[in-house]
Design a protein around this ligand. Sequence first.
Ligand code: DX5
Ligand code: ZN
Length: 222
Amino acid sequence: MNLKIAPSLLSADFSKIAEQIAAVDAAGADYLHLDVMDGRFVPNITWGPKIIGDLRKLSRKVFDAHLMIVEPEKYVEEFRRVGADIITVHQEATVHLQRVLTQIKSLGAKAGVALNPATPVQTLEDVIEDCDLILIMSVNPGFGGQTFIPNTLRKLRAARALIDARNPACELEVDGGIGRANIASVADAGARIIVMGSSIFGAGDPGDELAALRACASSARV
Ligand code: DX5
Ligand code: ZN
């Protein structure tokens, strides 16, 4: 199955980040998922463009920047400049969603929209043609290691139907609480990019765990 795995560096050990990135790179990670948090949109703070620019020197993988920040339009240019390939903003974090999607694409990056667990897929009906990626949050954003919210499966199926009907090139990503036990079910529900933080970096060997997760995903029906 054509499933992409995107390790989230949120749960990586930054005291040995080069080694951790090399391990998932070598194990065939497709994207590196970078969680940017501002302490306003979500109750946690991570890193900004400086750190992403430095990490850019460590890997040639696709950099998948998940912006959990208010007014992302103020910062997308800077994140693109330091090397983000995909820039995903939250539907809930900007008043002018269509404008920021256009802005991201004009910078040469892929434009994604993330939805919190309480935000319906239907809110994307009028921007689906403007989206390169939809990210369905399967936890409330802010922290790694949370429990997967089961309603996500219904939302993934709704997003898959919207994408297939209106913009088949759009990617469908899911993020939060995913590991060996549920990776096949999110793939069955239509997700094609799987973000995983604690299940990969909480393991003894992140590269071995990534391979084990891919094997679990192969039992998906799709
Ligand atoms: C949560 C972040 C996730 C996080 C997922 O707000 O968007 O990317 O790293 O972590 P796990 O896989 O541990 O739920
Ligand atoms: Zn994320």
